[in-house]
Design a protein around this ligand. Structure first.
Ligand SMILES: *[C@@H]1O[C@H](CO)[C@@H](O)[C@H](O)[C@H]1NC(C)=O
Ligand SMILES: *[C@@H]1O[C@H](CO)[C@@H](O)[C@H](O)[C@H]1NC(C)=O
Ligand SMILES: *[C@@H]1O[C@H](CO)[C@@H](O)[C@H](O)[C@H]1NC(C)=O
Ligand SMILES: *[C@@H]1O[C@H](CO)[C@@H](O)[C@H](O)[C@H]1NC(C)=O
Ligand SMILES: [Zn+2]
Length: 480
Protein backbone atom coordinates (compact mmCIF):
# COMPACT_ATOMS: atom_id res chain seq x y z
CA UNK A 1 0.00 0.00 0.00
CA UNK A 2 2.86 2.30 0.91
CA UNK A 3 4.41 1.63 -2.45
CA UNK A 4 1.17 2.55 -4.22
CA UNK A 5 0.96 5.81 -2.32
CA UNK A 6 4.47 6.76 -3.12
CA UNK A 7 4.05 5.85 -6.77
CA UNK A 8 0.98 8.03 -6.95
CA UNK A 9 2.75 10.92 -5.27
CA UNK A 10 5.77 10.42 -7.51
CA UNK A 11 3.62 10.38 -10.64
CA UNK A 12 1.90 13.58 -9.55
CA UNK A 13 5.26 15.22 -9.10
CA UNK A 14 6.42 13.92 -12.47
CA UNK A 15 3.36 15.36 -14.20
CA UNK A 16 3.97 18.65 -12.42
CA UNK A 17 7.58 18.76 -13.54
CA UNK A 18 6.75 17.77 -17.13
CA UNK A 19 4.29 20.59 -17.35
CA UNK A 20 7.34 22.88 -17.26
CA UNK A 21 9.05 21.04 -20.10
CA UNK A 22 6.69 21.70 -23.05
CA UNK A 23 7.13 25.50 -22.90
CA UNK A 24 10.87 24.92 -22.96
CA UNK A 25 10.53 22.71 -26.03
CA UNK A 26 8.34 25.05 -28.02
CA UNK A 27 10.23 28.23 -27.13
CA UNK A 28 13.53 26.78 -28.15
CA UNK A 29 12.29 25.00 -31.25
CA UNK A 30 10.29 27.94 -32.45
CA UNK A 31 13.45 29.99 -32.57
CA UNK A 32 14.95 27.35 -34.84
CA UNK A 33 11.94 26.86 -37.09
CA UNK A 34 13.12 26.96 -40.69
CA UNK A 35 11.65 29.73 -42.82
CA UNK A 36 11.15 29.91 -46.57
CA UNK A 37 9.97 32.68 -48.87
CA UNK A 38 9.06 31.73 -52.45
CA UNK A 39 9.03 34.66 -54.90
CA UNK A 40 7.72 34.62 -58.46
CA UNK A 41 8.36 37.37 -61.00
CA UNK A 42 5.81 36.38 -63.64
CA UNK A 43 7.32 35.67 -67.06
CA UNK A 44 10.95 36.17 -65.96
CA UNK A 45 12.77 34.19 -68.63
CA UNK A 46 15.96 32.45 -67.45
CA UNK A 47 18.28 34.57 -69.63
CA UNK A 48 16.90 38.03 -68.74
CA UNK A 49 19.65 38.39 -66.12
CA UNK A 50 22.27 38.38 -68.88
CA UNK A 51 20.98 41.22 -71.03
CA UNK A 52 21.08 44.25 -68.71
CA UNK A 53 22.94 44.80 -65.43
CA UNK A 54 20.94 43.04 -62.72
CA UNK A 55 23.16 43.43 -59.65
CA UNK A 56 20.63 42.08 -57.17
CA UNK A 57 20.05 38.89 -59.10
CA UNK A 58 23.82 38.47 -59.42
CA UNK A 59 24.41 38.95 -55.69
CA UNK A 60 21.88 36.19 -55.07
CA UNK A 61 23.80 33.92 -57.45
CA UNK A 62 27.02 34.48 -55.49
CA UNK A 63 25.33 34.07 -52.13
CA UNK A 64 23.37 31.01 -53.14
CA UNK A 65 22.50 28.57 -55.91
CA UNK A 66 21.55 29.01 -59.56
CA UNK A 67 19.85 26.40 -61.72
CA UNK A 68 20.66 27.08 -65.36
CA UNK A 69 17.83 25.13 -66.95
CA UNK A 70 14.47 24.61 -65.27
CA UNK A 71 11.91 22.54 -67.12
CA UNK A 72 8.52 23.88 -66.05
CA UNK A 73 5.16 22.20 -66.70
CA UNK A 74 2.99 22.08 -69.79
CA UNK A 75 1.14 24.22 -70.65
CA UNK A 76 3.59 27.04 -69.91
CA UNK A 77 0.89 29.39 -68.64
CA UNK A 78 0.61 31.32 -65.38
CA UNK A 79 -1.97 29.42 -63.33
CA UNK A 80 -0.87 25.86 -64.20
CA UNK A 81 2.75 26.66 -63.36
CA UNK A 82 2.13 28.61 -60.17
CA UNK A 83 0.02 25.72 -58.88
CA UNK A 84 2.73 23.22 -59.84
CA UNK A 85 5.32 25.19 -57.85
CA UNK A 86 3.29 24.81 -54.63
CA UNK A 87 2.04 21.23 -55.22
CA UNK A 88 4.87 19.50 -57.11
CA UNK A 89 2.26 18.14 -59.53
CA UNK A 90 1.85 18.25 -63.29
CA UNK A 91 -1.18 20.24 -64.44
CA UNK A 92 -3.09 17.07 -65.43
CA UNK A 93 -2.94 15.99 -61.76
CA UNK A 94 -3.45 19.28 -59.91
CA UNK A 95 -6.36 20.18 -62.18
CA UNK A 96 -5.53 23.80 -63.05
CA UNK A 97 -4.81 22.76 -66.63
CA UNK A 98 -5.08 26.27 -68.15
CA UNK A 99 -5.89 29.92 -67.41
CA UNK A 100 -9.28 29.33 -69.07
CA UNK A 101 -10.99 25.96 -68.68
CA UNK A 102 -14.21 24.04 -69.14
CA UNK A 103 -15.08 21.16 -66.83
CA UNK A 104 -17.64 18.85 -68.48
CA UNK A 105 -18.38 17.07 -65.17
CA UNK A 106 -19.11 20.32 -63.32
CA UNK A 107 -20.58 21.74 -66.55
CA UNK A 108 -18.85 25.00 -65.70
CA UNK A 109 -16.33 27.36 -67.24
CA UNK A 110 -13.33 28.87 -65.47
CA UNK A 111 -11.37 31.96 -66.33
CA UNK A 112 -8.63 33.72 -64.39
CA UNK A 113 -10.34 36.96 -65.46
CA UNK A 114 -13.70 36.20 -63.82
CA UNK A 115 -14.99 35.39 -60.32
CA UNK A 116 -14.91 31.69 -61.25
CA UNK A 117 -11.27 31.96 -60.12
CA UNK A 118 -12.59 31.98 -56.55
CA UNK A 119 -14.64 28.77 -56.83
CA UNK A 120 -12.90 26.23 -54.58
CA UNK A 121 -13.91 23.22 -56.69
CA UNK A 122 -11.40 24.13 -59.41
CA UNK A 123 -8.46 24.00 -57.02
CA UNK A 124 -9.27 21.00 -54.88
CA UNK A 125 -7.80 18.23 -57.01
CA UNK A 126 -4.58 19.12 -55.16
CA UNK A 127 -3.47 20.54 -51.81
CA UNK A 128 -1.13 23.55 -51.94
CA UNK A 129 1.83 23.67 -49.57
CA UNK A 130 0.38 26.42 -47.38
CA UNK A 131 -2.62 24.22 -46.52
CA UNK A 132 -0.37 21.24 -45.70
CA UNK A 133 1.80 23.45 -43.48
CA UNK A 134 -1.21 24.77 -41.60
CA UNK A 135 -2.60 21.26 -41.19
CA UNK A 136 0.63 20.30 -39.43
CA UNK A 137 0.49 23.24 -37.04
CA UNK A 138 2.57 25.76 -39.01
CA UNK A 139 1.73 29.18 -40.38
CA UNK A 140 1.92 30.63 -43.87
CA UNK A 141 1.53 33.93 -45.70
CA UNK A 142 0.71 34.97 -49.24
CA UNK A 143 0.95 38.22 -51.15
CA UNK A 144 -1.05 37.88 -54.39
CA UNK A 145 0.28 34.46 -55.36
CA UNK A 146 -2.22 33.01 -57.88
CA UNK A 147 -4.78 30.92 -56.00
CA UNK A 148 -3.65 32.03 -52.56
CA UNK A 149 -6.80 34.05 -51.93
CA UNK A 150 -9.07 31.14 -52.83
CA UNK A 151 -10.49 28.94 -50.07
CA UNK A 152 -8.92 25.55 -50.77
CA UNK A 153 -9.95 22.51 -48.71
CA UNK A 154 -11.59 24.92 -46.29
CA UNK A 155 -8.51 27.06 -45.77
CA UNK A 156 -6.86 30.32 -46.70
CA UNK A 157 -3.20 31.05 -45.88
CA UNK A 158 -2.83 32.16 -42.25
CA UNK A 159 -2.07 35.67 -43.57
CA UNK A 160 -2.82 36.82 -47.11
CA UNK A 161 -3.71 39.76 -49.30
CA UNK A 162 -6.74 39.46 -51.60
CA UNK A 163 -5.62 39.89 -55.20
CA UNK A 164 -5.43 43.50 -56.34
CA UNK A 165 -3.16 44.31 -59.26
CA UNK A 166 -2.98 47.97 -58.13
CA UNK A 167 -1.16 47.10 -54.91
CA UNK A 168 2.53 47.84 -55.50
CA UNK A 169 5.37 45.41 -55.03
CA UNK A 170 6.74 47.38 -52.09
CA UNK A 171 3.43 47.07 -50.20
CA UNK A 172 3.32 43.34 -50.85
CA UNK A 173 6.88 42.99 -49.51
CA UNK A 174 6.11 45.07 -46.43
CA UNK A 175 3.22 42.76 -45.55
CA UNK A 176 5.21 39.59 -46.10
CA UNK A 177 8.18 40.86 -44.04
CA UNK A 178 5.85 41.97 -41.25
CA UNK A 179 4.25 38.51 -41.14
CA UNK A 180 7.63 36.76 -41.07
CA UNK A 181 8.95 38.99 -38.29
CA UNK A 182 5.90 38.85 -36.00
CA UNK A 183 6.42 37.55 -32.42
CA UNK A 184 7.39 33.88 -32.54
CA UNK A 185 3.93 32.43 -31.83
CA UNK A 186 2.50 34.60 -34.63
CA UNK A 187 5.32 34.48 -37.18
CA UNK A 188 4.82 32.60 -40.42
CA UNK A 189 7.14 29.79 -41.56
CA UNK A 190 6.36 29.90 -45.28
CA UNK A 191 5.50 32.77 -47.59
CA UNK A 192 4.66 33.20 -51.26
CA UNK A 193 5.08 36.53 -53.06
CA UNK A 194 4.01 37.37 -56.61
CA UNK A 195 4.68 40.23 -59.03
CA UNK A 196 3.06 40.65 -62.48
CA UNK A 197 6.22 41.87 -64.25
CA UNK A 198 8.04 41.28 -66.54
CA UNK A 199 5.11 39.25 -67.97
CA UNK A 200 2.77 42.17 -68.69
CA UNK A 201 5.43 44.13 -70.55
CA UNK A 202 6.69 40.98 -72.27
CA UNK A 203 3.26 40.51 -73.87
CA UNK A 204 2.98 44.18 -74.85
CA UNK A 205 6.47 44.84 -76.21
CA UNK A 206 7.73 41.36 -77.08
CA UNK A 207 10.75 39.97 -75.21
CA UNK A 208 13.20 41.02 -77.92
CA UNK A 209 12.18 44.68 -77.72
CA UNK A 210 14.75 47.03 -76.21
CA UNK A 211 11.87 48.42 -74.13
CA UNK A 212 12.21 45.26 -72.03
CA UNK A 213 15.62 46.35 -70.74
CA UNK A 214 14.15 48.95 -68.41
CA UNK A 215 11.46 46.51 -67.26
CA UNK A 216 14.08 43.91 -66.32
CA UNK A 217 16.20 46.54 -64.56
CA UNK A 218 13.12 47.58 -62.59
CA UNK A 219 12.45 44.00 -61.48
CA UNK A 220 16.07 43.83 -60.32
CA UNK A 221 15.50 46.97 -58.24
CA UNK A 222 12.41 45.37 -56.75
CA UNK A 223 14.46 42.33 -55.77
CA UNK A 224 16.91 44.79 -54.17
CA UNK A 225 14.04 46.31 -52.19
CA UNK A 226 13.03 42.86 -50.95
CA UNK A 227 16.62 42.02 -49.90
CA UNK A 228 16.88 45.29 -48.05
CA UNK A 229 13.59 44.88 -46.21
CA UNK A 230 14.59 41.37 -45.13
CA UNK A 231 17.90 42.77 -43.85
CA UNK A 232 16.23 45.61 -41.97
CA UNK A 233 13.97 43.06 -40.24
CA UNK A 234 16.95 40.86 -39.33
CA UNK A 235 15.55 38.08 -41.51
CA UNK A 236 18.04 37.97 -44.36
CA UNK A 237 20.26 35.32 -42.79
CA UNK A 238 17.34 33.32 -41.39
CA UNK A 239 14.97 33.07 -44.34
CA UNK A 240 15.54 30.70 -47.24
CA UNK A 241 14.73 32.82 -50.26
CA UNK A 242 13.75 31.17 -53.57
CA UNK A 243 13.37 33.45 -56.60
CA UNK A 244 11.83 31.90 -59.68
CA UNK A 245 9.05 32.33 -62.21
CA UNK A 246 6.24 30.44 -63.90
CA UNK A 247 7.52 30.59 -67.49
CA UNK A 248 9.50 32.56 -70.07
CA UNK A 249 8.33 34.50 -73.12
CA UNK A 250 8.84 34.40 -76.88
CA UNK A 251 8.52 36.98 -79.65
CA UNK A 252 5.41 36.84 -81.88
CA UNK A 253 5.12 38.03 -85.47
CA UNK A 254 2.20 39.75 -87.17
CA UNK A 255 2.50 37.47 -90.20
CA UNK A 256 2.60 34.24 -88.19
CA UNK A 257 -1.15 33.94 -87.64
CA UNK A 258 -3.27 30.79 -87.96
CA UNK A 259 -6.96 31.59 -88.57
CA UNK A 260 -9.23 28.68 -87.63
CA UNK A 261 -12.23 30.19 -89.45
CA UNK A 262 -10.43 29.34 -92.69
CA UNK A 263 -10.57 25.64 -91.86
CA UNK A 264 -13.60 24.87 -89.72
CA UNK A 265 -16.95 26.50 -88.94
CA UNK A 266 -17.39 27.97 -85.46
CA UNK A 267 -20.76 26.18 -85.29
CA UNK A 268 -18.99 22.84 -84.93
CA UNK A 269 -17.00 23.48 -81.77
CA UNK A 270 -16.45 25.54 -78.61
CA UNK A 271 -13.13 27.32 -78.19
CA UNK A 272 -11.56 26.85 -74.73
CA UNK A 273 -8.45 28.71 -73.53
CA UNK A 274 -6.24 30.94 -75.65
CA UNK A 275 -3.31 30.78 -78.05
CA UNK A 276 -0.78 29.21 -78.37
CA UNK A 277 -2.41 26.06 -76.93
CA UNK A 278 -6.14 25.88 -77.64
CA UNK A 279 -8.62 23.35 -76.31
CA UNK A 280 -11.30 22.46 -78.86
CA UNK A 281 -14.59 21.02 -77.59
CA UNK A 282 -16.47 19.69 -80.66
CA UNK A 283 -20.24 19.90 -80.57
CA UNK A 284 -22.13 16.65 -79.91
CA UNK A 285 -21.18 14.07 -82.58
CA UNK A 286 -18.79 16.41 -84.42
CA UNK A 287 -15.44 15.15 -83.07
CA UNK A 288 -14.36 13.29 -86.23
CA UNK A 289 -15.46 16.06 -88.57
CA UNK A 290 -13.64 18.80 -86.62
CA UNK A 291 -10.51 16.69 -86.26
CA UNK A 292 -10.37 15.86 -89.97
CA UNK A 293 -10.81 19.50 -90.95
CA UNK A 294 -7.97 20.63 -88.67
CA UNK A 295 -5.52 17.73 -88.70
CA UNK A 296 -3.47 18.81 -91.72
CA UNK A 297 -4.81 22.33 -92.01
CA UNK A 298 -1.66 24.29 -91.23
CA UNK A 299 1.98 23.17 -91.07
CA UNK A 300 2.60 25.51 -88.09
CA UNK A 301 -0.16 24.00 -85.95
CA UNK A 302 0.01 20.60 -84.26
CA UNK A 303 -3.39 18.94 -83.79
CA UNK A 304 -3.67 16.24 -81.14
CA UNK A 305 -6.56 14.03 -80.21
CA UNK A 306 -6.56 13.95 -76.41
CA UNK A 307 -5.40 10.32 -76.24
CA UNK A 308 -2.48 11.09 -78.55
CA UNK A 309 -1.04 14.09 -76.69
CA UNK A 310 2.65 13.18 -76.27
CA UNK A 311 3.21 11.33 -73.00
CA UNK A 312 6.23 13.49 -72.09
CA UNK A 313 3.95 16.54 -71.74
CA UNK A 314 2.00 14.84 -68.90
CA UNK A 315 -1.09 16.59 -70.23
CA UNK A 316 -3.79 14.05 -70.89
CA UNK A 317 -5.41 12.57 -67.80
CA UNK A 318 -7.96 15.16 -66.78
CA UNK A 319 -11.55 15.85 -67.85
CA UNK A 320 -10.61 19.53 -68.15
CA UNK A 321 -8.29 18.73 -71.07
CA UNK A 322 -10.41 19.00 -74.21
CA UNK A 323 -10.92 16.24 -76.83
CA UNK A 324 -8.76 18.10 -79.36
CA UNK A 325 -5.68 20.14 -78.48
CA UNK A 326 -4.11 22.63 -80.92
CA UNK A 327 -0.57 23.87 -80.42
CA UNK A 328 1.07 26.61 -82.46
CA UNK A 329 4.72 26.43 -83.48
CA UNK A 330 6.90 28.81 -81.47
CA UNK A 331 6.26 32.44 -82.51
CA UNK A 332 2.91 31.59 -84.15
CA UNK A 333 -0.54 32.60 -82.89
CA UNK A 334 -3.86 30.74 -83.28
CA UNK A 335 -7.00 32.89 -83.62
CA UNK A 336 -10.48 32.44 -85.05
CA UNK A 337 -10.08 35.51 -87.23
CA UNK A 338 -7.81 38.51 -87.33
CA UNK A 339 -10.13 40.74 -85.29
CA UNK A 340 -8.35 39.41 -82.16
CA UNK A 341 -5.92 42.03 -80.82
CA UNK A 342 -2.39 40.98 -81.56
CA UNK A 343 0.25 40.58 -78.85
CA UNK A 344 3.99 40.87 -79.45
CA UNK A 345 5.04 38.29 -76.87
CA UNK A 346 3.49 35.10 -75.53
CA UNK A 347 4.10 31.83 -73.69
CA UNK A 348 2.24 28.56 -73.28
CA UNK A 349 4.27 26.62 -75.87
CA UNK A 350 6.15 23.35 -75.30
CA UNK A 351 7.91 23.35 -71.92
CA UNK A 352 11.13 21.96 -73.41
CA UNK A 353 11.64 25.15 -75.46
CA UNK A 354 14.36 27.25 -73.82
CA UNK A 355 12.31 30.42 -74.38
CA UNK A 356 9.52 29.02 -72.19
CA UNK A 357 11.73 28.33 -69.18
CA UNK A 358 12.04 30.45 -66.00
CA UNK A 359 14.87 31.70 -63.85
CA UNK A 360 15.75 29.86 -60.62
CA UNK A 361 17.90 31.21 -57.78
CA UNK A 362 17.94 30.47 -54.05
CA UNK A 363 19.91 31.53 -51.01
CA UNK A 364 19.69 31.17 -47.23
CA UNK A 365 20.83 28.95 -44.36
CA UNK A 366 19.79 25.72 -46.12
CA UNK A 367 21.43 26.48 -49.48
CA UNK A 368 24.99 26.14 -50.72
CA UNK A 369 26.85 29.23 -51.85
CA UNK A 370 28.02 30.20 -55.32
CA UNK A 371 26.79 26.89 -56.67
CA UNK A 372 25.55 26.31 -60.21
CA UNK A 373 23.42 23.30 -61.10
CA UNK A 374 22.82 22.47 -64.77
CA UNK A 375 19.17 21.38 -64.63
CA UNK A 376 16.06 20.56 -62.60
CA UNK A 377 12.31 20.33 -63.11
CA UNK A 378 10.05 22.91 -61.49
CA UNK A 379 8.07 20.08 -59.81
CA UNK A 380 11.24 19.21 -57.86
CA UNK A 381 10.93 22.46 -55.93
CA UNK A 382 7.99 21.15 -53.88
CA UNK A 383 9.83 18.22 -52.21
CA UNK A 384 12.84 20.53 -51.74
CA UNK A 385 10.72 23.09 -49.88
CA UNK A 386 9.09 20.33 -47.80
CA UNK A 387 12.54 19.07 -46.81
CA UNK A 388 13.74 22.54 -45.78
CA UNK A 389 10.55 23.16 -43.80
CA UNK A 390 10.63 19.63 -42.28
CA UNK A 391 7.11 18.90 -43.57
CA UNK A 392 6.23 15.44 -44.96
CA UNK A 393 5.46 16.02 -48.67
CA UNK A 394 2.18 14.82 -50.15
CA UNK A 395 2.45 12.50 -53.20
CA UNK A 396 3.95 14.56 -56.02
CA UNK A 397 5.76 14.37 -59.35
CA UNK A 398 9.03 15.88 -58.13
CA UNK A 399 12.08 14.21 -56.70
CA UNK A 400 14.06 15.46 -53.73
CA UNK A 401 17.12 13.43 -54.74
CA UNK A 402 17.27 15.42 -58.01
CA UNK A 403 17.80 18.66 -56.11
CA UNK A 404 19.39 17.58 -52.81
CA UNK A 405 22.77 18.91 -54.04
CA UNK A 406 21.41 22.48 -53.86
CA UNK A 407 21.48 22.18 -50.06
CA UNK A 408 24.38 22.12 -47.65
CA UNK A 409 25.50 18.52 -47.18
CA UNK A 410 23.71 16.90 -44.25
CA UNK A 411 25.78 16.81 -41.03
CA UNK A 412 27.17 13.28 -40.45
CA UNK A 413 25.36 12.90 -37.10
CA UNK A 414 22.02 14.35 -38.04
CA UNK A 415 19.03 14.19 -35.74
CA UNK A 416 16.14 12.13 -37.14
CA UNK A 417 13.90 14.32 -39.27
CA UNK A 418 10.67 12.97 -37.82
CA UNK A 419 8.22 15.83 -37.45
CA UNK A 420 7.10 16.46 -33.88
CA UNK A 421 3.40 16.95 -33.13
CA UNK A 422 3.85 20.67 -33.77
CA UNK A 423 4.74 19.57 -37.29
CA UNK A 424 7.39 22.07 -38.16
CA UNK A 425 9.81 21.95 -35.28
CA UNK A 426 13.14 20.33 -35.90
CA UNK A 427 14.23 17.80 -33.24
CA UNK A 428 16.45 19.38 -30.62
CA UNK A 429 18.49 17.56 -28.01
CA UNK A 430 18.14 20.32 -25.40
CA UNK A 431 14.71 19.36 -23.99
CA UNK A 432 15.68 15.68 -24.02
CA UNK A 433 18.72 16.41 -21.87
CA UNK A 434 16.79 18.60 -19.43
CA UNK A 435 13.97 16.06 -19.27
CA UNK A 436 16.31 13.14 -18.65
CA UNK A 437 18.13 15.03 -15.92
CA UNK A 438 14.92 15.97 -14.12
CA UNK A 439 13.62 12.42 -14.55
CA UNK A 440 16.80 11.00 -13.05
CA UNK A 441 16.60 13.37 -10.06
CA UNK A 442 13.03 12.28 -9.52
CA UNK A 443 13.85 8.58 -9.59
CA UNK A 444 16.73 9.08 -7.14
CA UNK A 445 14.49 11.10 -4.80
CA UNK A 446 11.75 8.50 -5.06
CA UNK A 447 14.14 5.64 -4.27
CA UNK A 448 15.48 7.46 -1.23
CA UNK A 449 11.97 7.97 0.21
CA UNK A 450 11.00 4.42 -0.69
CA UNK A 451 14.01 2.85 1.01
CA UNK A 452 13.42 5.03 4.06
CA UNK A 453 9.76 3.98 4.28
CA UNK A 454 10.50 0.29 3.84
CA UNK A 455 13.18 0.44 6.50
CA UNK A 456 10.81 2.18 8.93
CA UNK A 457 8.09 -0.36 8.22
CA UNK A 458 10.26 -3.41 8.74
CA UNK A 459 12.23 -2.46 11.86
CA UNK A 460 9.68 -1.18 14.42
CA UNK A 461 6.38 -2.80 15.44
CA UNK A 462 3.11 -2.41 13.52
CA UNK A 463 2.09 0.35 15.93
CA UNK A 464 4.87 2.51 14.57
CA UNK A 465 3.66 1.84 11.10
CA UNK A 466 0.06 2.86 11.85
CA UNK A 467 1.42 5.99 13.49
CA UNK A 468 3.11 6.78 10.19
CA UNK A 469 -0.19 6.16 8.41
CA UNK A 470 -1.97 8.74 10.50
CA UNK A 471 0.15 11.53 9.05
CA UNK A 472 -2.38 13.94 7.54
CA UNK A 473 -0.76 14.07 4.13
CA UNK A 474 -0.78 10.33 3.62
CA UNK A 475 -4.27 9.93 5.03
CA UNK A 476 -5.59 12.41 2.54
CA UNK A 477 -4.01 10.36 -0.17
CA UNK A 478 -5.81 7.25 1.06
CA UNK A 479 -9.24 8.71 0.41
CA UNK A 480 -8.45 9.63 -3.16
C1 LIG B 1 -24.74 23.01 -68.69
O1 LIG B 1 -24.97 24.36 -68.35
C2 LIG B 1 -25.64 25.09 -69.35
C3 LIG B 1 -25.75 26.53 -68.88
O2 LIG B 1 -24.49 27.04 -68.56
C4 LIG B 1 -27.03 24.50 -69.60
O3 LIG B 1 -27.67 25.20 -70.66
C5 LIG B 1 -26.89 23.02 -69.95
O4 LIG B 1 -28.18 22.44 -70.06
C6 LIG B 1 -26.08 22.30 -68.90
N1 LIG B 1 -25.86 20.93 -69.35
C7 LIG B 1 -26.11 19.89 -68.59
C8 LIG B 1 -25.80 18.56 -69.17
O5 LIG B 1 -26.54 20.00 -67.47
C1 LIG C 1 -6.72 48.00 -54.80
O1 LIG C 1 -5.60 48.73 -54.37
C2 LIG C 1 -5.70 50.11 -54.65
C3 LIG C 1 -4.35 50.73 -54.31
O2 LIG C 1 -3.97 50.40 -53.02
C4 LIG C 1 -6.86 50.71 -53.88
O3 LIG C 1 -6.97 52.09 -54.15
C5 LIG C 1 -8.13 49.99 -54.27
O4 LIG C 1 -9.21 50.43 -53.48
C6 LIG C 1 -7.99 48.48 -54.10
N1 LIG C 1 -9.15 47.81 -54.66
C7 LIG C 1 -9.86 46.95 -53.94
C8 LIG C 1 -11.01 46.31 -54.65
O5 LIG C 1 -9.61 46.70 -52.78
C1 LIG D 1 -14.23 38.00 -86.68
O1 LIG D 1 -14.88 37.51 -85.54
C2 LIG D 1 -15.68 38.44 -84.86
C3 LIG D 1 -16.24 37.75 -83.64
O2 LIG D 1 -15.23 37.17 -82.88
C4 LIG D 1 -16.79 38.91 -85.76
O3 LIG D 1 -17.55 39.91 -85.10
C5 LIG D 1 -16.20 39.48 -87.04
O4 LIG D 1 -17.24 39.78 -87.95
C6 LIG D 1 -15.27 38.48 -87.70
N1 LIG D 1 -14.60 39.11 -88.83
C7 LIG D 1 -14.50 38.52 -90.02
C8 LIG D 1 -13.77 39.30 -91.07
O5 LIG D 1 -14.95 37.42 -90.23
C1 LIG E 1 2.18 12.51 -60.48
O1 LIG E 1 1.94 12.28 -59.11
C2 LIG E 1 0.62 11.85 -58.81
C3 LIG E 1 0.53 11.76 -57.30
O2 LIG E 1 1.45 10.86 -56.81
C4 LIG E 1 0.34 10.54 -59.50
O3 LIG E 1 -0.99 10.16 -59.26
C5 LIG E 1 0.59 10.69 -60.99
O4 LIG E 1 0.43 9.45 -61.64
C6 LIG E 1 1.98 11.22 -61.25
N1 LIG E 1 2.18 11.47 -62.68
C7 LIG E 1 3.17 10.92 -63.36
C8 LIG E 1 3.25 11.25 -64.80
O5 LIG E 1 4.00 10.18 -62.85
ZN1 LIG F 1 1.58 35.96 -69.45
Amino acid sequence: MMLGLLLRGGLGLLVLLWSFIPPLVSLRDLAERPKLLLVSFDGFRWDYVNRVPTPNFHILMEEGVTVEQVENVYITKTLPNHYSLVTGLYAETHGIVANDMFDPVLNRSFSMDTDSLYESQWWEQAVPLWVTIQNSGGRSAAAMWPGSDVKIHGMFPTRYLPYNASVGFETRVEHIVKWFSAPEQEAVDFGVLYWEEPDDSGHDFGPESSLMDAVIADVDEKLGFLRNELKKAGLYERVNLVVTSDHGMTQLFADKIIELDQYVSRDLYTWVDKSPVVGILPKEGKLDEVYEKLADANPYMAVHLKDAIPERLHYRHNVRIMPILLEAREGWTIVQNRSTPHMLGNHGYDNTLRSMQPIFLARGPAFRQNYVKPAMRSVDLYPLMCHILAIPPLPNNGSFSNVRDLLHPEPTVSPPSIPTPAGLVRPSYFPVVVGSFLGLMLVVGFLMVFVQQVTLKQLPSLKHASREMSQPLLQEDLHL
